[in-house]
Design a protein around this ligand. Sequence first.
Ligand SMILES: NC(=O)c1ccc[n+]([C@@H]2O[C@H](COP(=O)([O-])OP(=O)(O)OC[C@H]3O[C@@H](n4cnc5c(N)ncnc54)[C@H](OP(=O)(O)O)[C@@H]3O)[C@@H](O)[C@H]2O)c1
Length: 255
Amino acid sequence: MDITAHNTVFVPGATSGIGLELALALRAEGNTVVIGGRRADLLESIAAEHPDIGTVVVDTTDPASVEAAAEDVLSRYPELNVLIAMAGIMRVEDWHRPETFLDSAESVITTNVLGPIRLIAAFVEHFRRRPDATIVTVSSGLAFTPLAATPSYNASKAAVHQLSESLRLQLADTSVSVVEIVPPAVRTSLLPGQESSEFAMPLDEYVSEVVELMRTRPNAKEILVERVELLRHAEARGDYADVVAAINAADPHGT
Ligand SMILES: NC(=O)c1ccc[n+]([C@@H]2O[C@H](COP(=O)([O-])OP(=O)(O)OC[C@H]3O[C@@H](n4cnc5c(N)ncnc54)[C@H](OP(=O)(O)O)[C@@H]3O)[C@@H](O)[C@H]2O)c1
C-alpha cells in the first residue's frame, strides 16, 4: 500500500487508540480518511476537531450495522480503496471456570474474527473494481506467541493472521492487496491499565514507526515494528518456549 498515493481509507475501530492515531497520521500524509466505531459521541468530537475526517457509526458485531455503514461510506466516498479492519476487543479470561469465560470468548471471537470477515465481505466487490485497493487486517504479536491470560484473544488474532494469508492467495489475481498490521503491546485502553503499562509501547511512537514502515516498504505484507519481532518470529528462531515463558512471567495480565 502506497500511503502517499492519496488513498481514500475507511478505519472502523478508530474512535480511540491505534485506529484514531493511524487515521490522523494517514490524513497528514494526504489521504482522505473516514473513521467508524460504536461511540457516536467520540465520533462527533473527533469530527468537530478534524472537520475533513468523515465518520460513520458502526457496530461490527451486528451484520446489519456493517452493511448500512458500508452503503453509507461507499455512497459518500465512491473512490474508497483502503479498508483498515481495526475494531477489536481484548478480555482477560479464567478458563478454569466456564461460567466466567464463555460470554467473553463469544464476544471476542464475534468482534475480532467475524467483524473483519463481515467488513471484508461488505467491501471486497467494490475493491475489485478499483484499479488499486488494499485490505488491511490487524492481528497481534499474541497471534504468534500466547499470553496465558487471554486465550480467546490470542486465538482470534491467530485466525486474523491465517485469514490474511489465505485472502492474499485468493486475491492474488485481482487489484486487491492484503496487508497485516501486527502490533506489539501498545499503550491504549484495550485492557484496563494498559494506557500506562510499562510493558506497552507509547502510542505515538508505535504509529510513527508503522507509518515509516508503510512509507519505506509499500509492498510489505506485514507491518512489523521492531518491538513485535520477538513474538512474531519466536518459533522460526527456535526460542518460542523461552519467549512464551518470558512474556508470561513479565506481563501476566496482558498489558
Ligand atoms: N494496544 C495493543 O496492545 C494492541 C496489540 C495488538 C493488537 N491490537 C489491536 O489493535 C486494534 C485497536 O485496538 P487499540 O489497542 O487501539 O484499543 P482501543 O483504543 O480500545 O480501540 C479499539 C477500537 O475498536 C472499536 N471497536 C471495538 N468493538 C467494536 C465494535 N463492535 N464495532 C465497532 N468498533 C468497535 C472501538 O470503538 P468503539 O468502542 O467506539 O466501538 C475502538 O475504536 C484492536 O484490533 C486490537 O486487538 C492492539
